[in-house]
Design a protein around this ligand. Sequence first.
Ligand code: A3P
Length: 304
Amino acid sequence: MFRSPMDMTDVTVKGTVLKKPYLNYLDKFYEFPVRDGDVWICGIPKSGTTWAQEMVWMIMNNLDTEGAKADIHSRVPFVEKTWLTPVNEELPEYVRDSMGFIKKEYEKGPVCLKTHLPWVLLPRDIQENLKKPKIIYVLRDPKDAMLSLYHFIKILTGFKETMEEFCEGYMQNKQCYLPYWSHVLGFWNQRNKPNVLILRYEEMIKDLSGIVRKVSHFLERPISDDEVEKLVGHLSFNSMKKNRAVNNEDLIEKARKAQGLEKTETNHMRQGKTGGHKTEMTPELIQKLDKWIEDNTRDTDFVV
Ligand code: A3P
């Protein structure tokens, strides 16, 4: 069994399940100096956040395909990346000290960053509306997000839970960043603010060029028809799957090696489809998840 060198006990902060090491950072993060003009990409894990990171970075950087060869996390830092990484001076700064890295990047101009944290754990400047960075929240059908996370953990650690066990655990908030509903509704309730944009994975799959236009409009970065076409090609599943700057190939290989698992062809870009749950989950499990969705959305105006 994979053992992290850190204490990975679950803790609950403001109703959200996190890992114990996060407690060392949350206060500092709450005071994080947010700026207007920066772009925050948020979403529950496996909603398509890496896809959105690449899209946003490309739009913000005039489709700089050369620059895009650098690791996505050095271009769009993942705030919590550091928080579960043992300090190792040899690691690049964006892995070792993400918040320090972001602050240094500030000197160069607008910064894009990503977090999986819920609305209630974002910095004070955002929650109290003191600063208005552009916030993009990516949503995905929870059954597909669950399925994707199940496979991702399996690929990383070779764990042996069945799909049923995993989904039961997910509904009981046994993964980091859950509950799913307070996460999603926390951002959904902010959706009418002009600096907040909700993206749906399913729409990205259906009409990527429409979403690219929508995002460039939201970011106030006009884009030509030729550029839309070029970017849609760059963001296609097949292109992203091959792209080492975004596909987490190295991280997956390292994690598997550490546990004596063989190399795998699968990477972060696993399937890239909607509705995968329909073929991989039993009708009984789907029924259970649908009831969970219904119970949690009944008194809201949210639609999956
Ligand atoms: P699957 O595991 O269902 O394939 P995140 O980046 O938030 O962790 O989300 C990962 C999910 O987004 C994975 O879903 C991944 O394949 C999908 N994804 C990433 N890039 C994509 C793309 N270009 N087209 C379609 N899906 C993509």
